[in-house]
Design a protein around this ligand. Structure first.
Ligand code: NAD
Length: 326
């Protein structure tokens, strides 16, 4: 075991119990990494494939110290206090979201500047962007993050932490990669309990609705979004890690869809007869999509996974989960 471990590239995945982290661990293992994962919880829906999985609170500096027990080729920092619109836009969780996440980032950067890992990845978010007053071709291009006006305190913390990682790269010679994720979805994302995001929430509502009834969605349904399937997200992260691009870059899809149309697509997948009722609720900005000009130019990457296919896969997975819970 020790012999194999020494021969393999080592990666540390923080937030390895979460949706993206758990999938990332699987991908890194396939790519030949020895993976240590850490999180405050185990993955909820499948066994971790990490070689070691350490349970602990990343806000605790002493716990973080125990993770830095040797050299790593790569550290992925995905741990954050986050959730869907119901969690980050309600305003009720702002103080805890900001302080929990920034504490984790401070701990990891403090240790990284002492121990100098090979490459340090930080997961930022589309929530750092200001709401454009009207659609323009450069909407959501990376440089439109400034002048800054993120849509939430969750977004402000992400923007601040991006700057924290970039400042550490400049002042302490760290090699940093930063991705701004735009609505990543797929099987094994949280689908109930208040932290679920749009696709999972809509799938659950449709699955739980009985024939010829109505499901409720937040807002008038005209708000538009784009969604990226988890496998494509992992593909883009890997290309970013292999590149030398040191600035924040969008990782998302540019296939926009309204929430109304997404709900109709999900109902069509279900084969049920359902109608939609639009109710008041936290919705976030009117329009958001990923601007992929930079990632295409720098990494030659563009997403190529049809939304309908990804929603159908996610729908079937949530359906099987819901059956187990009923
Ligand atoms: P997730 O909530 O499933 O995963 C985050 C993980 O961090 C969880 O497992 C959680 O237990 C862990 N964590 C939180 N606080 C911790 C603490 N104090 N100590 C140890 N572990 C802790 O979220 P995700 O969807 O996998 O997102 C991963 C990262 O990507 C996050 O930083 C998130 O902000 C960012 N992001 C995700 C999306 C998306 O669409 N999923 C979009 C934008 C940004």
């Amino acid at each position: 075991m020790t012999f194999t471990k020494n021969l393999m590239k080592r990666a540390l995945v923080l937030g390895a119990g979460g949706f993206i982290g758990n999938h990332l661990v699987k991908r890194l293992r396939k790519d030949g990494f020895y993976v240590k994962g850490a999180d405050i919880t185990h993955p909820q829906f499948s066994q971790t494939e990490a070689n070691e999985f350490i349970l602990g609170d990343l806000r605790d500096f002493h716990f973080c110290q125990t993770l830095f027990d040797g050299p790593y080729e790569r550290i992925y920092q995905l741990a954050a206090d986050m959730g869907g619109a119901g969690y980050i836009f309600s305003g009720e969780n702002d103080a805890t979201i900001m302080s929990n996440s920034v504490q984790i980032n401070l701990n990891i950067l403090h240790l990284s500047r002492e121990r100098k890992p090979g490459l340090l990845f930080f997961s930022s978010s589309a929530c750092i962007y200001p709401d454009p007053s009207e659609p323009t071709p450069d909407m959501y291009a990376e440089n439109t993050a400034y002048p800054a006006l993120p849509d939430s305190d969750y977004g402000w913390e992400k923007l601040f932490s991006e700057r924290l990682y970039e400042a550490h790269a400049r002042n302490f010679s760290l090699d940093v990669r930063i991705a701004r994720f735009h609505n990543i979805y797929g099987p094994e994302a949280i689908w109930q309990g208040g932290k679920e995001k749009a696709i999972a929430a809509i799938c659950r509502k449709v699955i739980q609705a009985t024939e010829n009834t109505t499901i409720q969605i937040w807002g008038d349904g005209r708000q538009t979004r784009s969604f990226l399937y988890i496998d494509k997200c992992l593909e883009a992260i890997e290309l970013l890690m292999q590149s030398s691009f040191p600035h924040p870059v969008n990782i998302g899809s540019d296939e926009m869809i309204s929430i109304q149309a997404l709900t109709e697509m999900t109902i069509a997948i279900s084969g049920k007869k359902l109608s939609i009722e639009n109710i008041k609720g936290p919705t976030g900005v009117e329009t958001r999509t990923s601007n992929n000009t930079m990632i295409k130019k720098e990494l030659g990457w563009a997403p190529d996974y049809p939304l309908r296919k990804g929603v159908e896969t996610t729908y079937r997975w949530i359906e099987s989960q819901a059956k187990q819970h009923s």
